[in-house]
Structures are given as structure tokens and as C-alpha cells.
Write a protein that binds this ligand. Structure first.
Ligand SMILES: O=c1[nH]cnc2c1ncn2[C@@H]1O[C@H](CO)[C@@H](O)[C@H]1O
Ligand SMILES: [Zn+2]
Length: 359
């Protein structure tokens, strides 16, 4: 009988990451450096080791709103061009070191203008950082521009996503507290993106249920769902018989709408009770188009490989399962079809084949 994949082996597999926040993945050492350089004096500690633990624990709050408070400190030190270039470059390095071959990393440009940078300067700094950090590392990184759902700048950000689409911006997203801020608040931005043939995902079904998912898909036209875990509220699982899908869950599965699942993050915000009870188990069994993501590597103390390893531990996933999640993610990327196919056939399948052969 073949062994289950180990964390070390998983690190060597070519992986794809669709849901990762730039301001949720800083190295603690970098936060300390940047705070010193930019005069940010509100960090809870200036010891990198303690800071790592602080983020992890503060994010373990059980509520999305409290989890999001920790971003004050990362966003607080990402207010200069140099800081943004460095954070983006290190993000690409860290993802490449974890074996990620394609990533879409998101952030909200409107949160990085406190010290006078324009939205364009923010976007260009991040693109420059990703260019520097990916060079020669076997990784391709695109960005998603996020608009904050409690603010009113989504149209402006959507226009920038279209303007920069041929130079590294792959799409658009909305994030932030979900309850009380339905996606339809930003309908004009989504309609504009659709008219422009642009791609977007929406954080939906994380801290709020089915109405949020329904609006994101049927009103706003989202290509993908950020999290989407609450889709299980539309699936009845009788004790003995087959699970029965409601109309919305059936639509999501039939249309192959990608779910950007982030298991550890969901435990921290209270969206799932444990990895073993995470909806990903059922959704994978029912062949929804599930992908596995990190959300915020710093706040969750995780990486794509570690998310995979936790799922292997909880559900006994083998190499075929991990390849299936990876191909799902690549199919769902906001990248031209030819490029997706080239990565699947030229990088992902051969990479997994080598690991399976060794196992
Ligand atoms: O899981 C999440 N749900 C909703 N919003 C989030 C999540 N993670 C991060 N952000 C929000 O997105 C902003 C831009 O990257 C972050 O500053 C944070 O406020
Ligand atoms: Zn997120």
C-alpha cells in the first residue's frame, strides 16, 4: 500500500494558489524592519518571534471582524513604495520556496494611500515587487485588486483592474466584513467588469450564509467564490441516504463555479469547527470544483503545503486528490486558456507524476 504524502513531499509538488492576501503574508522580521524605517509605533511587540505568535493568536478570535483587526499592523507598515516592493518580492520568494508555480495574490490598493501614494503608485509598486521576487524562481504571480466592501471605492478599483489587466493584474475581488455588507452594494462595479469581459471573485459564504453566495453569483456574476463554505447549508445529508443538493448548491456544482477554500482561516474565524469537520470533505466527495488556499499565511501560520498536509491528515487524501485540487485551481485561474493548459500539461502533471512514481 502506498504511503500518504508527507509535508516534505508536498512541498516539492507544483502547487497553485488562488486566494492569498498580500497584507496577510508578511514575514514578521519584515514588519519589524518596516515599522522602524517608516516610524510605525503601534506594533504589539518588536520581537519577530513574539510578533509571529501574536498574529496567530490574535487571529484565533472566532469572529471575522476581530480577525480582520490584526491587519491594522500589516497595512500600517505598507504605506511606502519601498515597503510595497519589498513585501511583494518576499511574497513571491516565499511562495516559490513552498513550491507554488502559479499564484494570484490580492490586496486592497485603497488601504495603502495613507502616506500620500496614489492608487496607481501602489499598484505599480506591487507589480514591481512581484516581478523582482518571481524572476528565476519558477513561479508566475498575478495580482487581484480588492475593494473593501464597507467602503465605496469599488468602481474606481474595478476601473484600475481593467486598466492594468495586461500588465500583471489578473482580476478583481471584494473583501472585509461580510455581515451587513452584501455584494450587491457594489453591483455597478461588477456590471462594469462584466461589460469589460474582466474576471472577478467575491468573498462570500464565509461569515454570512446562502444569501451572500446567491447574490455573488446570480446578481453580481462572480467567476469564483472566496471561501463559499456555507454552500453546505444548501446540502441535506441524511443519516443513511445520498446527500441532496438544493437549487443553489446544484447550480454552483453544475456550473463548475470554483470554491477558493481556506481551511485554517475558517477555523480561526469560526466558519468551520475543525479540519476534520470542514465542509471541504463533503464538497470534494461531491465533486464541487474545490481549490485549497492559504488566505493569510501570517495570521494562520500556514502555507499551501501545510494546508494540504492538514487535509491529508484529516481525510487521508492521496497524490491523486492533491493533483485534483491543483488542476482544479489551475483550471480556475484568471489566466488565458492556453497558459492554463501549458501549466497543467507541462508543469503540474509531470511534477505530480514524478512524486507519485517515487512514493
Ligand atoms: O478571509 C477574509 N475575509 C474577508 N476579508 C479578508 C479576509 N482576509 C483578509 N481580508 C481583508 O482583505 C483585505 C485586503 O487584502 C485585508 O486588509 C483584510 O481586511
Ligand atoms: Zn480572503
Amino acid at each position: 500500500m502506498s504511503q500518504l504524502p508527507t509535508l516534505e513531499q508536498i512541498r516539492q509538488a507544483p502547487k497553485v494558489l488562488l486566494h492569498d492576501h498580500l497584507d496577510g503574508g508578511l514575514r514578521p522580521e519584515t514588519i519589524v524592519d518596516l515599522a522602524r524605517e517608516t516610524g510605525y509605533d503601534r506594533l504589539p511587540t518588536t520581537d519577530p518571534g513574539e510578533l509571529r505568535t501574536w498574529f496567530r493568536q490574535a487571529a484565533d478570535s472566532g469572529s471575522l471582524e476581530r480577525y480582520l483587526e490584526t491587519f491594522d499592523h500589516t497595512v500600517g507598515v505598507m504605506q511606502t513604495r519601498e515597503a510595497l516592493v519589498r513585501v511583494a518580492a518576499e511574497c513571491a520568494e516565499d511562495l516559490a520556496a513552498d513550491g507554488v508555480v502559479y499564484a494570484e495574490v490580492r490586496y486592497a490598493p485603497e488601504q495603502h494611500t495613507e502616506r500620500g501614494l496614489s492608487l496607481e503608485e501602489v499598484i505599480e509598486a506591487v507589480l514591481e515587487g512581484f516581478r523582482i521576487g518571481s524572476e528565476g524562481r519558477g513561479i508566475r504571480v498575478g495580482t487581484l485588486l480588492t475593494a473593501m466592501r464597507h467602503q465605496a471605492r469599488s468602481m474606481e478599483i474595478a476601473e484600475l483592474a481593467v486598466r492594468y489587466r495586461d500588465v500583471g493584474v489578473a482580476g478583481f475581488d471584494i473583501a472585509g466584513a461580510e455581515a451587513g455588507y452584501p455584494p450587491t452594494r457594489h453591483l455597478d462595479a461588477f456590471e462594469y467588469l462584466q461589460r469589460e469581459n474582466a474576471h472577478f471573485t467575491i468573498h462570500a459564504g464565509e461569515a454570512f450564509g446562502l444569501p451572500s453566495i446567491w447574490q455573488a453569483i446570480q446578481w453580481c456574476g462572480a467567476d469564483r467564490l472566496g471561501h463559499g463554505v456555507r454552500i453546505i447549508d444548501d446540502i441535506a445529508v441524511p443519516g443513511d441516504g445520498e446527500p441532496k443538493l438544493g437549487r443553489l448548491a446544484a447550480y454552483v456544482r453544475d456550473k463548475r463555479i470554483p470554491l477558493e477554500m481556506c481551511p485554517t482561516s475558517n477555523l480561526q474565524t469560526g466558519a468551520a469547527p475543525s479540519i476534520a469537520e470542514h465542509p471541504i470533505g463533503l464538497l470534494r466527495r461531491l465533486n464541487f470544483r474545490v481549490t485549497v488556499n492559504t488566505d493569510n499565511r501570517l495570521m494562520s501560520g500556514t502555507s499551501v503545503s501545510e494546508e494540504f498536509a492538514k487535509l491529508v491528515g484529516a481525510f487521508g487524501y492521496d497524490w491523486d486528490d492533491l493533483q485534483w485540487f491543483t488542476v482544479n485551481a489551475m483550471k480556475s485561474a484568471f489566466l488565458p486558456f492556453d497558459d492554463r493548459l501549458a501549466l497543467i500539461n507541462g508543469v503540474i502533471k509531470p511534477g505530480f507524476a514524478r512524486l507519485k512514481w517515487r512514493a
